[in-house]
Design a protein around this ligand. Sequence first.
Ligand code: GDP
Ligand code: MG
Length: 682
Amino acid sequence: MTKTETQFQMSGNIKNKTINVMLAGNPNCGKTTLFNQLTGSSQYVGNWPGVTVEKKSGRVRGKTGIDIKVVDLPGIYSLSPYTPEEIITRNCVLNDSPDVIINIIDASNIERNLYLTTQLAELAKPIVIALNMYDILEKNGDKIDVDLLEKQLDIPIVPISASKNIGIDKLIKKVIELNNKSNYINVKNIYSYEIDRTLNKIENELDINTCCRRWTAVKLFEGDSVTWERCNFTKEQKNRILAHLNQIQTLKNFDREMLIADERYKYICSITKNTVFRKHPADYITISDKIDNVIANRFFAIPFFLFLMLAVFTVTFGTPGTLLRNGAEYFINDILGSTIQKFLIAVGASYTAQSLVIDGMVAGVGSVISFLPQILLLFTLLSLLEDSGYMSRAAFIMDKPLRFIGLSGRAFVPMLMGFGCTVPAVLAARTLENQKDKRLTILITPFMSCSAKMPVYLLFISYFFADKGPLIIFAVYLLGIAVGVLTALFFKSTILKGENAPFVMELPPYRLPSPKSMSLHVWNRLKDFLVRAGTVLLGASVIIWFLQSFNFSIKMVSADESMLASIGKIISPVFSVCGFGDWRAAVSLLTGIAAKESIVSTLSVLYTDAGFASAFTPLSAFSFIVFVLLYTPCIAAVSAIYKEMGSTKWTLVSVFYQLFAAWLASALVFQIGTLIINLGMI
Ligand code: GDP
Ligand code: MG
């Protein structure tokens, strides 16, 4: 954009124009929470870094009279192009040329957060600081002299609390006010005399149209290769700049990037000294530290993690969860089902129509919906762990074991998200810098048992493992992790060899989960679930009902002579060795590729109660569960994998590897199990 255009934008008629706003800040400082508050959307908020990996945009709701577009960016500590998040954010700031930047700062961690501010300020774009988590600051008994800080920084500051919706209106007002300011002046200089002089000299060498002159000069000073390329200097220009740099280098014998960082920190120190007042000294041991000393210590951490997961499963799949499910089942079958049937009889629906609705739709979708209360309970408990900050400890604890299998600790976030849904989990793998690490992470993420598989486990548990539910689920989760680990070891030592990138992860403080963010989590998942139930599952149930009720000449026949049986019988022999060679089981696995819950709907349509109970033994039920756990994820996940792998070959590797791993593991379970039973060991 040329200079005149910029000026026009800034002084132009605001009524007709959209204000483009960007949210920039450190990881976990509340950007997405603020974004959701501003736009009324419900993006994923997690109390751990690395959740937002794509820029997301939305419009400010409410009657401001002005169209304000907001972009949520991944969290960054600096504008250096080292991590993918930094690159996304940096490109966005430089190329999309926002009208106003909202720099979100975690007030309880202000010194570190200001480091990014010193860089953003150099972009010479209107900035407002949203001093977030002000509620925490006040609760801690700390104080910030906002007015003085504002004066010293020369950047407007609005204290807010994003999660409590405090100060947001004021922030919007400030954004509009800044956008109307015609002559936005570069911020104060933060460097010492010699460095400032060198930066000025470099600035003078820059082309007249170069945007963000001070920032560009600093980047050139630091030796940032991307900026050097972007500037496209002539040989003379380049030599002159290098001469300036040599001069300062002889004066200050120091790495230039370090020099800049050091000056920034000194500046931050000088302005926070008289504005930030902490109740406790810096080395004060916080409550978070105390909790961590116990539950995140070296010896206790992993057992505690396992214990916690087992506890979650016990509540969800033990008595409390089962009671919930019985209630839901009663409602669907005995109340809803029979009411619909009575209605259909009353209106004189044909036998085929009755069968379609009762055996197809109600059996198919209802069977899945009846697991909903239990799944909601699980989500609530997991989001409790997540929002409180415990899950990031888990990531931290897992860093070492992950390193051992050749993965960077960064891989943990995608893996953790994989327990919810594989699709966002695969997208989250984008934060891995190195292509090999990224591919490996994507390869193992689908083995983390996603929540859509849960109804399948629950169905089998209710028939075959009545009192061992929590243990079976726990074992299945662990098995998924174990196969992931073996996969990583295998690929890392063969085709995906390479160094791991270093991993730095900051632990967020423990926070009391806010009911709003928790209900948002749960609602998001519930919504996904219901949408799938109404679309894919309903559709699949109807198709399955049709295929199993008719033969190829479209005559209504018994299931055994139906089209579906003919199709199923072609693939089912492959599964004999796994213990479930019945065509109905094979067909259900096929429909599971559309959505994993479909397996339950299909089984419910195809089997009667008694038929189901006699079609499997506890052993073959378990080997079936193992197959479902490990095999190719649903279509949506495969397309996410394709998108992130950026390669057809690797997508196919992933799909077929998972199919094979599932088949092998399930065959092993069944064969070894049979052997043990035959030997009379159980
Ligand atoms: P992001 O990584 O910057 O996008 O941060 P998120 O929006 O995901 O928020 C990180 C965590 O901080 C979540 O657990 C939020 O619920 C919490 N949080 C965000 N804003 C506030 C706030 O103003 N006060 C408090 N107490 N917590 C907040
Ligand atoms: Mg975020």
